[in-house]
Design a binder for this molecule. Structure first.
Ligand SMILES: [Zn+2]
Ligand SMILES: [Zn+2]
Length: 236
């Protein structure tokens, strides 16, 4: 019995849905209708496309689900981006009828470099073990005084001295004010420099004391340039 079934099942290289970007291949990502229409569509990675011949041909997708932050044990955290998803270890078989459209799950690095973020653009930086609720990696670089992982939805500015990144609100500024800044030095770098300048006991006579260097670079905004290259790592 199993043999005859096997022979009627074959793998397809692609499946085409309506729309301008309709060719779906293994490795592509798709949005699939959630059973309740009020819910956001599910995000899935297509592993295999299978055609079975029973009564007529049925095409099914073997998928690996991406979970949204709302669907994980601890729920959405402040540093989770609005378009963040986690690659789960949860596999499923779905009819092609549930496909809404193709979507794109980028690395966070690529996502922050997109010129414009479309409704079909997502990013993934963690894998998620659905049975245990464990994230991989379990450590992530943190930034700013608040020691938070990067959330690409939020503006950040870089200190020109220590190169750490800060949320304008954490350094007492609005985003608008931060965008207008020409130079930014964080509180601790300013304090450090003041210590050097106002050293007691004639330190001012030491000619090697440096003034605060004012560089011409405009303030760097938005993206921590190098993820994972940070000494501050925190467990999540
Ligand atoms: Zn902060
Ligand atoms: Zn600094």
């Amino acid at each position: 019995m199993a043999k005859t079934r096997q022979s009627q099942r074959r793998l397809l290289e692609s499946f085409t849905i309506k729309g301008p970007d309709g060719v779906i291949k293994p490795g592509d990502c798709v949005l699939m209708k959630a059973p309740e229409s009020s819910k956001k569509p599910y995000v899935a990675r297509v592993e295999k496309i299978e055609a079975t011949r029973a009564q007529g041909t049925q095409v099914k997708l073997k998928v690996r689900w991406y979970y949204r932050p709302e669907e994980v044990t601890d729920g959405r955290q402040i540093f989770h981006g609005s378009k963040e998803v986690f690659l789960s270890d949860h596999y499923d078989s779905q009819s092609v009828d549930t496909i809404e459209c193709k979507c794109y799950v980028h690395t966070i690095r690529k996502y922050t470099k997109l010129r414009s973020i479309g409704t079909e653009d997502y990013f993934c930086r963690f894998e998620y073990k659905s049975a245990t609720g464990i994230f991989v990696p379990d450590r992530v670089a943190v930034f700013c005084k608040c020691e938070m992982p990067y959330n690409p939805d939020n503006l950040m500015i870089q200190c020109e001295d220590c190169f750490d990144w800060f949320h304008p609100s954490c350094v007492g500024m609005t985003d608008q004010e931060a965008k207008k800044l020409e130079n930014f030095y964080c509180e601790s770098c300013i304090a450090e420099n003041e210590k050097k300048v106002h050293k007691p006991n004639g330190a001012t006579t030491q000619s090697e004391e440096k003034d605060v260097e004012v560089e011409e670079n405009p303030v760097q905004i938005f993206k921590p340039a190098q993820f994972g290259n940070k000494r501050n790592m925190k467990e999540y």
